[in-house]
Design a protein around this ligand. Structure first.
Ligand code: CO8
Length: 258
């Protein structure tokens, strides 16, 4: 196994917990962290012992953004030639569900990383923001696009133009996060959600993720057609027989494709 310096990977029963670990920089996302996180998540995606992933930070910060000190001195030529931070796209290719468990600051690239995950569970001390405007730049890892899809134009404009933060309650009200839990229970609650997902038939889990994501990439008619075809295809798996038999027999399902 590869040794990581900026993240911790803890493999449990069917669930992996990945913790961003640059505490002195409030988990600011630098190139090394990006490479390690994308490498780790890609490896977990093909690891048969894992069915769902939780990504978290510390109680103070999920991630306080891209590493400003790393970016500071770069020229336009550097940014363009490196295609700076484009490798984050690797995260979106992961097929297994990724839950972001966000406590504390999720700012700039930190908010954008959380939004690249499949859903966000927030601790009640979470703070979300796109403060790039205060640095003389704009969001660069999807903030202008994903935040707008999550919370709508008005709030996305407000966040991107004023740089203000949203607390956990506002984030839940606005649809940015799926649930808010006490910060002290955040990781446990996220692991519990991941374990629940991991108890289901993996092909159905991956297809559910895939079709929901398609809702953002295609027309309603195409999305509905894809959903129906994927629904049909799950009848090729024994687990459909098992899940429906278990219901009819009033017992718990014992899925094979876990
Ligand atoms: N980058 C580098 N270092 C950071 C960052 C960061 N984003 N955030 C915090 N740190 C460091 C601080 O410099 C400090 O280090 P040191 O102890 O050496 O001085 C340490 O972390 C602790 O931070 P603070 O002392 O500032 O802690 P506070 O509790 O006082 O404040 C805040 C916490 C409010 C979170 C504050 O740290 C802050 O405002 N951070 C910056 C937030 C920000 O502006 N984020 C956006 C960054 S830009 C971005 O994310 C763009 C992404 C898109 C890139 C894509 C390119 C294509």
């Amino acid at each position: 196994a590869m040794a990581y310096e900026t993240i911790l990977v803890d493999k449990r029963d069917k669930v992996a917990l990945v913790t961003l670990n640059r505490p002195k920089a409030l988990n600011a996302l630098n190139t090394q962290l990006m490479k390690e996180l994308v490498t780790a998540l890609t490896a977990l995606d093909t690891d048969d012992s894992i069915a769902a992933i939780v990504v978290t930070g510390s109680e103070k910060a999920f991630a306080a953004g891209a590493d400003i000190k790393e970016m500071q001195g770069k020229s336009y030529a550097d940014m363009y030639r490196e295609d700076f931070f484009s490798e984050w796209e690797g995260l979106v290719r992961v097929r297994k569900p990724i839950i972001a468990a966000v406590a504390g600051y999720a700012l700039g690239g930190g908010c954008e990383l959380a939004m690249m995950c499949d859903f966000i569970i927030a601790g009640d001390n979470a703070k979300f923001g796109q403060p790039e405007i205060t640095l003389g730049v704009i969001p660069g890892m999807g903030g202008s696009q994903r935040l707008t899809r999550f919370v709508g134009k008005s709030k996305a404009m407000d966040m991107c133009l004023t740089g203000r933060m949203m607390d956990a309650a506002e984030a839940e009200r606005s649809g940015l996060v799926s649930r808010v839990v006490p910060a002290a229970n955040l990781v446990d609650e996220a692991i519990k959600a991941a374990e629940k997902i991991a108890s289901f038939s993996l092909p159905s889990v991956i297809m559910a993720k895939d079709v929901v994501n398609r809702a953002y990439e295609t027309t309603l008619a195409e999305g509905l057609r894809l959903e129906r075809r994927m629904f049909h295809s799950l009848f090729a798996f024994e687990d459909q027989k098992e899940g429906m038999a278990a219901f009819a027999e009033k017992r718990a399902a014992n899925f094979k494709n876990r």
